[in-house]
Design a protein around this ligand. Structure first.
Ligand code: ADP
Ligand code: MG
Length: 363
């Protein structure tokens, strides 16, 4: 176990990077605490694999340092970093049996045979591989092979961290949830740091104590799943997390009034002053979960016209045109509205967030 720190890290795959656009990672400063399960969440191409490979030592960063418990490991080879890594696709020995594959990371570390056997059987049971232990890996399905890869990543008890890069890609969707639970259980049992890369917010939210959100080579926010949902610090977090994501509407400040579409919100003096000091255009952010349809309430409701309804069983997503831009509201089945109806959207006051440029304004 170790605390891992990334300091002033930058990485470019080009020999002579010039602009920020040439960097796959731009100025990352991050501490990964001991014993927590982390998700590294971001869209494809945001730099997740690059960061993971720099952590494990498979890739050497162009600039910056990697520290384990304060010790500089930047120039240490992957095999000397005491890290287990699982990739998107199986990396196993085809000619070995499942048991030999699982035992391999322990054998190379001279662990007593009885202890190896016990550990291999435990991991095999967790991953549903017990009945396959004596089989050669060659000839097994891609999914079974990926379970072996996962087992090889989880089998050691003395690792500083376990890194998993979208490891459930080849696993049948019906099995994913059970495997996520297994990963979480093993992590809790070992008390080890787990770093799990995914582009799937649901996977991140169910597995992780902390989510590191990446966009375009930058870490935009680190927080618990609840924090990211309730208090996105950056617009990207607002719309990337939550289904559908946060609504953002450009708004203007006029003295102590905030003008959102045709609605004017009266602000208290302190808030108005804070907003007046911001540079960058203001936008009004609210999650679809915190909008309801109701009667007009001057100063509180946003008038608009229903343009689309999506039926999601026990709830509806309603798209409302509020004069050039659209807002989505998540409402219960019992709320009746039809396309073309004039409605009022009522935001729940404490769920409103104001952003200046890309960043939230702390109010
Ligand atoms: P993610 O894992 O989030 O999908 P990556 O870390 O793989 O993102 O990629 C980040 C950026 O670096 C992308 O723009 C990608 O095209 C680029 N990149 C990744 N690997 C290489 C490479 N070996 N050579 C050049 N560019 C790369
Ligand atoms: Mg990747």
């Amino acid at each position: 176990m170790a605390e891992i720190q990334l300091k002033n890290l930058r990485h470019s795959y080009y020999p002579n990077p010039k602009t920020d656009a040439d960097y796959a990672l731009k100025e990352v400063d991050l501490v990964w605490e001991e014993g927590l399960a982390y998700a590294l969440l971001g869209p494809s191409g945001s730099g997740k694999t690059t960061m993971l490979n720099i952590l494990s030592g498979l890739l050497s960063a162009s600039e910056g340092q990697v520290l384990f418990d304060g010790r500089d490991v930047t120039t240490l080879e992957a095999r000397d970093r005491n890290i287990a890594q699982v990739f998107q696709f199986p990396v196993i020995y085809e000619t070995m049996t499942v048991e030999e594959n699982l035992a391999f990371p322990l054998k190379t570390r001279k662990i007593p045979t009885a202890q190896i056997k016990e550990r291999v059987h435990f991991i095999a049971a967790e991953l549903g591989l017990t009945s396959l232990l004596k089989r050669k890996a060659r000839g097994l399905s891609a999914e079974q092979k990926q379970r072996i890869s996962l087992g090889r990543g989880l089998v050691r008890e003395d690792v500083a961290a376990i890194l998993l890069d979208e490891p459930l890609t080849v696993i049948d969707p019906a099995e994913k949830m059970a495997l996520r639970r297994t990963l979480k259980a093993v992590q809790l049992h070992l008390g080890v740091k787990l770093i799990y890369v995914t582009h799937d917010q649901h996977e991140a939210m169910t597995l992780a104590d902390r989510v590191v959100v990446m966009d375009d080579g930058e870490v935009v926010q680190v927080g618990s799943p609840e924090e990211l949902f309730a208090n996105p610090a950056h617009k990207f977090v607002g719309y990337f997390i939550g289904t559908p994501g946060m609504n953002f509407i450009d708004c203007q400040l006029a003295e102590d009034m905030l003008i959102v579409g045709q609605t004017r919100y009266k602000l208290d003096a302190v808030t108005a002053k804070k907003l007046a000091m911001q540079s960058g255009g203001l936008s009004f952010g609210i999650r679809p979960d915190f909008l309801t349809l109701g009667a007009e309430q001057p100063g509180f409701s946003i008038p608009g016209t229903v343009v689309r309804m999506e039926n999601h069983g026990d709830e509806h997503i309603i798209a409302v045109d509020i004069g050039g831009s659209q807002m989505l509201a998540r409402v219960e089945d019992s709320v009746c509205a039809d396309v073309g109806d004039a409605v009022h959207l009522i935001p729940s006051g404490e769920a409103i967030r104001i952003f200046a440029g890309q960043h939230v304004v702390p109010l």
